[in-house]
Design a binder for this molecule. Structure first.
Ligand code: ADP
Length: 679
């Protein structure tokens, strides 16, 4: 206070000094005047007047400054980016700045006096009233958020910040439009929501840990993967998820992420709640603080590859086994592209066909050149059967071995299709040369043994049937003698018995004779000579004359050749067939004997129009002692056709029948064309 009055005094003194200086200058007075008191008063007056003038000038300046400041304040007030309102305790608007009136879309003059509640949505009304009551009631500051909707298209969310009431009658409020802030906040929370849902329900297991390696997010898929529930693992250190043997290694990998690295397709095993271990492939990303780039967390996605790993291991295992089998079995693999007609061979296959370094352009032609000429036809046929008839590929081929000899390779394969079209044959091949030689030897031995035992059997049959003939004949002769001499002394029954005995021994005689003939074919067969079959048939007709005449048979003979054969056996063969044709036909049978020359054989046929045979008996009738039940009425032993078969086979041919019951039969047989020196 003291200081202040002294300042005023010094200011007044300064003003007086200023006024005196100005007066001296105007009057051109240089020293101080000491001329009497009138002059002194005048001087005082003049100084005072000037003092006043100066004061006035300063006042004017200050006023101007004040007006400028007020104007500036008004501008600040009106053009502030927020609305300024003054309310009384009931919410009546007492004052409002320009922004506030623009917010409510009404002139300031119209707004003042209105209640602010008029502009608030119904939902926000109670809230606003409550806060206003609190501000005025408790004389404190307050704030609230309300929804303003003066008109539909101007609606917005407002934040109101109330000052404490002034003199208990009015308070100021700053009103801020927070629509945009609210929208951004909404968007943000929606995005966070999406993100949480996405992470939580993503099909991939997702986990997030903080720089202290503590789990902060553990999604549902991770729950399924491990069997742990989120609440059991949240905030726990990751370590418990890593099984023992590889735990340190896994932890080291996690540490790397904390140092800024990320995991990319890294295998880290996971220990499940059940104690099972699962193999998981990890990918991770680090999340940093935007401002100072410090690590906030690491998010990682796992991919359970346990079953894939198992399948891979199983595949590897079976590949190893397959390789072992292929290696030990020396099995080659080949592939043939049906469209390009090119081959693909694996290493073993190359070796097997002795390809070595020789050029092989993988073409079918080149493949044909590798195999024996005689086998080319079979190979082509095998490929045709597979590609056209879709049959499995199978063929045995001969190729030249490294040592210069022949090698037998078996090829087996399967056809694969592409969109319904044959595309490739994939197959295996292995060398069967050793096997073949072995089996040829075994076969040869077996054959030898069979021939020997056959010969033994034939000999046995021959001896038996030959030696039995004599005693049998005796039995038959003496029985007949008994009948002749003592027949009239015997009763009817005894005579019948003798008759049965004679018939039986006759049948037996025929059987033995047949067996003898059968066993004699190979055993007593004659050397092959040139035989004219016309002559053979002449003799047959002569031998069968009685039968032919009796049945009035017509025998037509066409085109008979001359060939190398056992003549008597040829007679036996044709005689058996022709006599059968007559026997198994009704009276006046027509029989045709024909022949045809082929490359390596002569083909003969004996055709009748007799009773015929059902197909089911076609094989059986060529076996020894086999007859068909329904022909009991026809005499016979069931040896004839088996004899024919033996003769034909001795002559390098085969015999078969074509027949239909009731329409006749044709017996076909071939006789090989023998070289004179080598029957
Ligand atoms: P067999 O004539 O002594 O019965 P085969 O061995 O000659 O014995 O014939 C066997 C069987 O074949 C005969 O019993 C008969 O059923 C049948 N057979 C043979 N030739 C003919 C033929 N031409 N027509 C119909 N059946 C025949």
């Amino acid at each position: 206070m003291l200081k202040k009055s002294s300042t005023i005094i010094s200011e007044a003194q300064a003003l007086r000094k200023k006024a005196e200086d100005k007066l001296k200058k105007e009057l051109n007075i240089t020293g101080s005047s000491e001329n009497g008191s009138a002059v002194k008063y005048l001087h005082e007056l003049q100084v005072h007047q000037i003092e006043l003038e100066l004061q006035n000038e300063e006042l004017l300046n200050t006023k101007e400054e004040l007006e400028t400041a007020i104007k500036r304040y008004d501008d600040f007030y009106d053009f502030a980016p927020v609305g300024y309102f003054s309310f009384d305790a009931k919410g009546t608007i007492l004052e409002v700045n320009l922004t506030g009136s623009t917010m409510l879309n009404l002139d300031r003059s119209n707004l003042v006096g209105l209640k602010f509640q008029k502009f608030i949505s119904k939902e926000s009304l109670n809230y606003f009233t409550l806060i206003l009551m609190k501000v005025f009631g408790e004389k404190i500051k307050g704030s609230c958020e309300v929804y303003i909707n003066p008109e539909e298209d101007l609606s917005f969310y407002a934040h109101l910040q109330f000052s404490a009431p002034i003199a208990g009658t009015k308070c100021h409020a700053v009103v801020t439009d927070i629509t945009e802030t609210k929208r951004v906040a909404n968007d943000l929370s929606q995005t966070r929501n999406y993100l949480e849902q996405l992470i939580n329900y993503a099909s991939a297991p997702i986990i997030v840990w903080n720089p202290a390696s503590e789990i902060v997010v553990f999604n549902k898929s991770f729950e399924r993967l491990t069997g742990f529930k989120t609440q059991e693992v949240i905030n726990k250190k990751l370590d418990f998820l890593f099984p023992d043997p590889s735990q340190e290694r896994s932890k080291a990998k996690i540490r790397q992420t904390l140092n800024g690295d990320f995991l990319e397709g890294i295998e880290i095993p996971i220990l499940c709640k059940s104690g099972d271990v699962k193999i998981v492939l990890w990918n991770s990303a680090n999340i940093y603080d935007n401002e100072n780039r410090t690590l906030i967390s690491t998010i990682a996605q796992g991919n359970d590859i346990t079953s894939r790993k198992k399948a891979e291991n199983a595949l590897l295992e079976s590949q190893r086994k397959l390789e072992l089998a292929l290696e030990n079995g020396n099995i080659g693999i080949w592939e043939f592209d049906v469209r390009t007609k090119k081959f693909l061979f694996d290493g073993r296959m190359n070796k097997m066909i002795s390809l070595g370094n020789s050029p092989f352009d993988r073409s079918f032609k080149a493949f044909e050149r590798l195999i024996k000429d005689e086998d080319v036809k079979h190979v082509n046929e095998a490929f045709r059967r597979t590609v056209v008839d879709h049959e499995p590929f199978e063929s045995i081929l001969r190729v030249m071995s490294d040592e210069g000899g022949e090698k037998y390779l078996i090829f087996k394969g399967k056809l694969y299709e592409d969109e319904g079209e044959p595309s490739r044959i994939i197959g295996v091949s292995f060398d069967i040369t050793g096997m073949k030689k072995g089996s040829e030897q075994t076969l040869f031995k077996l054959n030898e043994e069979l021939t020997r035992s056959n010969k033994d059997l034939e000999h046995f049959a021959y001896v038996i049937s030959h030696d039995l003939q004599e005693p049998l004949r005796m039995v038959s002769n003496f029985t007949q003698l008994l009948n002749q001499r003592y027949g009239d002394k015997l009763d009817e029954n005894a005579r019948d018995y003798i008759k049965f005995a004679v018939e039986g021994s006759e049948r037996m005689f025929n059987l033995i004779n047949g067996l003898l003939a059968y066993s004699k074919i190979n055993l007593r067969g004659k050397e092959f000579r040139m035989v004219d079959i016309n002559g053979v048939l002449d003799e047959v007709v002569k031998n069968l004359r009685y039968m032919i005449e009796k049945k009035m048979a017509a025998i037509k003979i066409v085109n008979m050749p001359a060939l190398y054969a056992d003549r008597s056996q040829m007679i036996q063969l044709f005689q058996n067939l022709v006599s059968n044709s007559i026997k198994f036909s009704p009276d006046s049978p027509k029989i045709t004997v024909n022949s045809e020359e082929q490359d390596e054989f002569y083909l003969f046929s004996v055709k009748d129009e007799g009773i015929g045979i059902e197909e089911q008996f076609f094989e059986r009738i060529f076996q020894i002692f086999q007859r068909i039940d329904r022909v009991e009425e026809y005499e016979g032993t069931g040896i004839g056709l088996s004899v024919c078969k033996r003769i034909v086979e001795r002559h390098g041919g085969r015999i078969w029948i074509e027949s239909k019951r009731g329409t006749g039969s044709t017996f076909w047989f071939t006789i090989k064309k023998w070289e004179p020196a080598n029957p």
